[in-house]
Ligand binder design. Structure first.
Ligand code: KG4
Ligand code: ZN
Length: 347
């Protein structure tokens, strides 16, 4: 079976083809991505209306590109999948509309996929795929969640952020430091030159005993430190502050991820979402895993941020288990706000 996946929930248009034969892990045939970062940079963040218009421009050329790269015809596609939510409503509607129109024209079924389900299953396309059950640390621009994952579509929420997401903490702190958009990678790059111990920053809820996160106070602390440094802040101070911010975020993520594994009696951790690309987070988790006999799985770096491959993969894995419910008459709707637990099925 060949699945076409379309992702358009935020500022990346992603299209991919995945092949799944029998019960084995589906294989990526081709994927293509267009990031809107350059377009939004001038505004310091994502402009939803511009995002939607750009998805419209990109989605069909990218679809033609993956079909050509895979060396197949569109007629070979057996199932069309798109990101149904969560995300920006207008951006989601572009992918949904195109996916449903394609499926109708091809007379194939179409399914809406949860964006975070795509992220948390994305390591199955890596060279070192996980096995169920595992704990997933989902760290993106909009979400920070710990999930227990017993199988495809069997997700239990263990804890989540009560305010800002980890990616948001990176992005907002970076903005305060004048590092522009997208802030996470820029802050991580600057942090390489800084001394994290130069500033003491809060680690909210570190010892709360539960698996919830809170990052809003960190951003406030960064603002206060910057205020004290004044307008003539030197590059080294900025690098030190970037390093301290990154360290504070990573400390909390690592501690809570380990706590979740202990609590659930599991030894496998999957890290997914844009912040999963952070080098310090990976180094720290790998070191802890080596000490404690745990396994940590990541998506390939190219599939850490938003992409169509994870959407096609999630649809293929669901289809293997008979869990795809094709939409009647190709009518479509999007879910800008949509808890992942709603796509979970009872054990
Ligand atoms: O999963 P994603 O691409 O989009 C959402 O679904 O939100 O995640 C984007 C987030 C942004 O907040 C971005 O700053 C962050 O991931 N990010 C990083 C890094 N690369 C991306 N944060 C820290 N370090 C990185 N290397
Ligand atoms: Zn994402």
């Amino acid at each position: 079976m060949i699945v076409l996946g379309i992702e358009s929930s935020c500022d990346e248009t992603g299209v991919a083809l995945v092949r799944s034969d029998g019960p084995g892990t589906p294989r990526l045939l081709a994927h293509a991505l267009h990031t809107q970062i350059d377009m939004h940079r001038a505004y310091g963040g994502v402009v939803p209306e511009l995002a939607s218009r750009d998805h419209i421009r990109r989605v069909l050329p990218l679809t033609r590109q993956v079909v050509a790269e895979a060396g197949i015809g569109l007629g070979h596609v057996d199932l069309v999948a798109y990101t149904q939510g969560p995300g920006l409503a207008g951006a989601l509607l572009v992918g949904a509309g195109v996916a449903c129109a394609l499926a109708a024209a091809l007379e194939r079924p179409v399914v809406g996929i949860h964006h975070l389900e795509g992220h948390l299953l994305s390591p199955f396309l890596s060279a070192d795929p996980p096995v169920f059950p595992f704990v997933a640390l989902l760290v993106s621009g909009g979400h920070t969640q710990l999930m227990r994952v017993d199988d495809v579509a069997r997700y239990s929420l263990l804890g989540e952020t009560i305010d800002d997401a980890a990616g948001e903490a990176f992005d907002k702190s970076a903005k305060l430091m004048g590092l522009g958009y997208p802030g996470g990678p820029a802050l991580a790059r600057l942090a390489e030159f800084g001394d994290p111990s130069a500033f003491e920053l809060p680690r909210p809820l570190l010892h709360s005993g539960d698996l919830d996160f809170s990052f809003a106070g960190l951003k406030t602390a960064v603002r206060t430190r910057l205020g004290k440094l004044g307008t003539n802040v030197c590059q080294q101070d900025l690098a030190n502050l970037a390093a301290a911010t990154q360290q504070a975020i990573v400390d909390v993520l690592v501690r809570k991820a380990l706590q979740a594994l202990r609590q659930e009696g599991l030894t496998r951790l999957v890290v997914a979402g844009g912040v999963g690309a952070n080098r310090l987070l990976r180094t720290r988790l790998d070191a802890e895993a080596a000490k404690r006999g745990l396994r940590v799985h990541y998506p390939e770096l190219a599939l850490c941020t938003d992409n169509g491959a994870m959407i096609a993969l999630a649809a293929a894995l669901r289809a293997q288990r008979g869990l795809t419910v094709p939409q009647a008459d190709h009518a479509f709707g999007v879910r800008p706000r949509w808890p992942l637990t709603e796509v979970s099925v009872a054990a």
